[in-house]
Write a protein that binds this ligand. Structure first.
Ligand code: BG6
Length: 486
């Protein structure tokens, strides 16, 4: 029996290009994430509404060069210019790995060009060199919520099969260019998010879409095929590489022992696991036929697609874990929680919630790790986990984020238990290791980092980086390979 974290465990942090880079320069094109504006005068429900339902007018406004709206993800935390300073801080914490993503629209500004943008490629060369200098292993997500906006406007996003070719061309370009620098890759961030916020995942505009479900699952099918082809190329071009797929897992717990709740939680779970089942096993599971019938989905699958999926499953499973959810067959009887993205999800009375209504449940993290490993028997990467909270800089310039330490400590403890249970975990990359723009609300005040960035939700601030208490705590965790968590 394993006693704790294995030698070589990949401790680190994670971010995404669209939430940190800024740098809308050197021919970078606009991406879907650049369409989210932010206005602090609007209520919070409006901010996350944008996330769940993009409108045609918003896309038009994003394309308007004279728009006076503030689009936080175009500025990020200016990692484009601060990356050396930021990576130095990661190294100081002892990071063994850094999960990052490449902005597709920095490499192919419109997505459909044949030749890449050299300036964009050079930028990531510099980032990887900096990581290698500190012996930090990059784990690179090829697409994390930032497909080029042009692919939405001109092609209708991933509903269009042509996107497979564009993505494969983009991926190939990355493998060829960075084959000496990057061994760990991931195809799509949280691929199952397509059912929750299709615009960021596959470029499908939700507003007034009569075929939303069809578009969602057809797009997902195209992503599966594209991801499998990229996996094949990755293995050919970089023989010792590992390609992962990734899902967001919000473990659905039956609200009660009422068999209806249990059945419902199984159905909710399948809506997520469908995405990893296809990519880890290489085929559509039996339950899909009924699921698609119920959703009115009639998938168009071309000859050869099944073989592509079958021959190129992912090498490891990455997943993000922030919360569990509770499934009730009578949801109207209970309170719901803001962060809950499941249809019949209700508040679990045993759990506390964050300021953004995300249920905190470290114990279900251990269960999730066990479930996912039992299912696929392949290594797991905890690609994201963390606490979004408001942080305050004290008079002494210190940032006491004991609540974050508590959250992370409890989750890491449960992860350690899962390792003792026998789960093969490659590494743990805490989300937003440096404060970044929130994916769902576009705020920076929803902070996750060990490193504070001096900026407010309107983009004002010096951008100065400051170490929070959790910075020193995490450094110790890494130094002791997870032995000391206090
Ligand atoms: C994950 C995403 O779902 O959650 C990240 O992969 C995101 O991009 C993270 O930032 C936290 O969510 P949020 O909305 O608090 O930024």
């Amino acid at each position: 029996m394993k006693k704790g974290f294995p030698e070589g465990f990949l401790w680190g942090g994670a971010t995404a290009a669209n939430q940190i880079e800024g740098g809308l320069t050197d021919s970078k094109g606009l991406s879907v994430s650049d369409c989210y504006s932010f206005d602090s005068k609007l209520p919070m429900s409006e901010w996350s509404k944008q996330w769940k339902e993009m409108t045609h007018d918003q896309v038009k406004e994003a394309l308007n060069e004279d728009s006076e709206l503030y689009f936080p993800k175009r500025k990020g935390i200016d990692f484009y210019h601060y990356f050396k300073e930021d990576i130095k801080l990661f190294a100081e914490m002892g990071f063994k790995t850094y999960r990052m993503s490449i902005a597709w629209s920095r490499i192919f500004p419109n997505g459909d060009e044949l030749e890449p943008n050299e300036k964009g490629l050079e930028f990531y060369d510099c980032v990887f060199d900096e990581l290698i200098k500190y012996k930090i292993e990059p784990i690179v997500t090829i697409s994390h919520y930032e497909m080029p906006l042009n692919l939405v406007v001109e092609y209708g996003g991933w509903t269009n099969r042509k996107l497979i070719d564009f993505f494969v061309n983009y991926s190939k370009c990355l493998f060829v260019r960075y084959k000496e620098k990057v061994k760990y890759w991931m195809t799509f961030n949280e691929i199952n998010s397509v059912t929750k916020h299709p615009f960021t995942s596959v470029g499908v505009i939700e507003e007034g879409n009569p075929n939303l479900m069809q578009d969602i699952y057809q797009s997902a099918h195209h992503q599966f095929v594209a991801g499998a082809l990229a996996t094949q190329l990755c293995h050919e071009i970089i023989p010792d590489s590992k390609m992962g797929c990734m899902i967001s897992y919000q473990m659905p717990i039956p609200y009660s022992c009422n068999p209806d709740d249990v059945q419902l939680s199984v159905e909710e779970q399948r809506k997520t696991l469908f995405f990893s089942d296809v990519q880890m096993r290489g085929y559509y599971p039996a339950y899909t036929a009924r699921m698609f019938r119920q959703l009115g989905v009639n998938l168009i699958v071309k000859d050869g697609d099944s073989a592509i999926l079958k021959n190129n499953p992912a090498d490891y499973l990455g997943f993000s874990y922030y919360m569990s959810t509770a499934s009730s067959s009578e949801p109207e009887k209970f309170d719901t929680v803001q962060g809950n993205l499941l249809n019949n999800g209700v508040k679990n009375p045993f759990l506390s919630v964050t300021e953004w209504g995300w249920q905190v449940d470290p114990k279900s993290f251990r269960v999730s790790l066990n479930q996912l490993y039992d299912l696929y028997q392949k290594p797991i990467l905890v690609a994201e986990n963390g606490l979004g909270a408001i942080d305050t800089v004290g008079n002494d310039n210190k940032i006491n984020d004991s609540y974050r330490i508590e959250y992370l400590k409890n989750h890491i403890s449960e992860m350690k238990e899962a390792i003792k249970d026998g789960v093969d975990i490659l590494g743990y990359t805490s989300w937003g290791c440096i404060d970044c723009i929130s994916a769902s609300t576009s705020q920076i005040s929803k902070r996750y980092g060990f490193i504070y960035v001096d900026m407010d939700d309107e983009g004002n601030g010096t951008l100065e980086r400051m170490k929070k208490d959790s910075f020193y705590w995490y450094k110790k965790v890494i130094e002791t390979n997870g032995e000391i968590l206090n």
